[in-house]
Design a protein around this ligand. Structure first.
Ligand code: MEV
Length: 294
């Protein structure tokens, strides 16, 4: 019997990337207008991504991931169709773990699937906090704590009432999350005081953003996003191209902008008034994704 593909969305982190690996919470939202689909067929052993046959070691890696997740009996031909760019900070590896889990274990609850996908994420990088797999498997805007795996759905009514939207602008650069995490651990070892201060500031911004979302996002959210971007620069996870893009978006009228996800590439997350963004869509300087409300 041929099983239907299983799918999972991308995600973006509003606040708390990197700091959540050490302490505190993070806020993330699913990107429901992006999707990764996974399925298996009974042809020759191979991995196809968006219809293109990949090198054997990629195939072996996905087979190893499948086995790591406890799925021993699968079809030999693996297929991934994805709109989530690899290394763009939008959760491509967590989306793969989630879709693979959903394909083989459709009976799992969102929470069980999230825990399974987290095991898969750890296969890619041991330090995964869980924010990506939980956001993607649960499919809701959440605030999450890694130490306890506790999550709470966010109420975005004020955000919508104030006519705001998020826009993700693509820097075109791509990263490898484990390498970026390694870079942050170096700073921790070399400059512990600065490191601890930055982690505190990033975690405090998460709590500030939660308050802003509840009480009036227009006032504080953008400022806290900008502040987080500058802390992430000091943490060593930005790039000149990301900083230039962040500045450009603010000039265009964004209320705030920051890198999102591991950094060293990927997207700049910006906060816009829907009306402002609608008026400048045609002249937007780089490829972008507008967040679809959830
Ligand atoms: C990656 O999307 C976010 C990081 O904080 C890593 C993690 O939390 O697993 C950099």
């Amino acid at each position: 019997m041929i099983k239907a593909p299983a799918s999972a969305p991308g995600k973006f982190i509003l606040a708390g990337e990197h700091s959540i690996v050490y302490r505190g919470r993070a806020i993330a939202l699913p990107l429901l207008n992006t999707e990764l689909k996974y399925w298996e067929t009974d042809e020759a052993p191979a991995l196809f991504v968006n219809g293109e046959k990949k090198e054997t070691f990629h195939y072996q890696k996905v087979c190893a991931l499948r086995e790591h997740l406890g799925f021993k009996d699968g079809g030999p031909t693996l297929h991934i169709e994805t709109q989530i760019p690899l290394g763009g900070g939008l959760g491509s590896s967590a989306a793969l773990c989630t879709a693979l889990g959903r394909y083989h274990a459709a009976h799992l609850s969102p929470e069980q699937l999230a825990r399974l996908a987290l095991e898969g994420e750890k296969f890619f990088h041991a330090k995964s906090s869980g924010i990506d797999p939980f956001t993607i498997a649960i499919g809701k805007a959440i605030v999450f704590r890694s130490q306890t795996l506790e999550w709470k759905e966010l109420d975005l009514q004020r955000f919508h009432d104030e006519g705001l939207t998020f826009v993700l602008a693509d820097s075109g650069l791509r990263h490898k999350t484990p390498e970026v995490l390694e870079r942050v651990s170096h700073l921790k070892a070399q400059d512990p005081l600065i490191f601890e201060d930055l982690i505190d500031a990033l975690s405090t911004n998460v709590e500030g953003m939660l308050k802003a979302l509840a009480e009036g996002p227009r006032k504080m959210l953008g400022r806290l996003m900008n502040d987080s971007h500058f802390r992430l620069i000091q943490l060593g996870v930005s790039e000149e191209r990301l900083d230039d893009l962040q500045a450009k978006l603010l000039k265009l009228g964004a209320l705030g902008a920051k890198l999102t996800g591991a950094g060293r590439g990927g997207f700049i997350l910006s906060l816009f008034e829907q009306e402002t963004f609608a008026s400048l869509k045609a002249q937007f300087p780089v490829p972008y994704l507008e967040w679809k409300r959830c």
